[in-house]
Design a protein around this ligand. Structure first.
Ligand SMILES: C[S@@+](CC[C@H](N)C(=O)[O-])C[C@H]1O[C@@H](n2cnc3c(N)ncnc32)[C@H](O)[C@@H]1O
Length: 213
């Protein structure tokens, strides 16, 4: 599927020389660019595998990887600074239960949806694109959720948080169509508070939480 409308705008960021080098050397132990990414078959079926889509600065991804050494974490993000941040920290700390893909999660999953390997898929605070004329840019669509369902193990869980009510309403419609087990307002697990969750809390916006399996 050739998409022209993307869920992100490429930020023009000034990467340091070190980060440029880091992001131009792919694949590595920790990192793939989407063009070099083959498939998820390298994941160990004996292990718990978790995918975080749009991890931003990577705070939640890193905390989870550090705390759950028996699990393996994959992150997909288009924001180069966020990817470089995770790679630098993973390398420095020797966190080796984690791999990051730099690229568009929609494209990555459209091409790699044949292997049911994830126990958990996380999407926290996807960009809300609040203006009606921009709604079509939103990451979560019925097709995207169908691809996520294909890569989830039978008892896998998809967890989504958003602080944008209108987006939450849209997500709920798609989730009910795609997943048979839809749990409304499930109890939140004790996640670390992400950068965007902090902003939502400071601005006193209601946070909708979805958990489906
Ligand atoms: C609002 S931020 C949330 C970041 C983080 N999850 C948090 O809660 O702080 C949304 C993130 O999704 C990323 N993103 C948007 N579209 C994406 C896509 N198609 N594939 C991968 N990442 C995407 C953006 O680059 C951004 O970092």
């Amino acid at each position: 599927m050739n998409r022209t409308v993307k869920s992100y705008v490429k930020a023009r960021n000034r990467l340091s020389k070190k980060n440029k080098l880091l992001l131009n050397t792919s694949p590595t132990k920790f990192f793939f660019k989407d063009k070099d990414f083959q498939n998820f078959n390298f994941l160990n079926p004996e292990q718990k595998n978790i995918l975080e889509i749009g991890f931003g600065d990577g705070g939640n991804l890193l905390i989870n990887a550090r705390q759950n050494l028996d699990s393996f974490y994959i992150g997909i993000e288009v924001y180069e600074m966020g990817v470089a941040n995770v790679l630098n920290i993973a390398e420095t700390e020797g966190i080796d239960n984690l791999k990051v893909i730099l690229g568009d999660a929609v494209d990555v999953l459209e091409k790699n949806n044949h292997f049911s390997c994830f126990d958990e898929v996380i999407i926290f605070f996807p960009d809300p694109w609040p203006k009606r004329k921009h709604n079509k840019r939103r990451l979560i669509s019925e097709n995207f959720l169908m691809n996520i369902k294909k890569i989830m193990r039978e008892n896998g869980t998809l967890r989504i948080k958003t602080d944008w009510q209108d987006y939450a309403d849209e997500i709920e419609i798609y989730l009910k169509k795609v997943f048979k087990n839809y749990k409304e307002a499930a109890d939140q697990k004790l996640d670390s508070i992400t950068k965007y969750e902090k902003i939502a809390l400071a601005e006193k916006r209601k946070i909708s939480y979805f958990e489906v399996y």
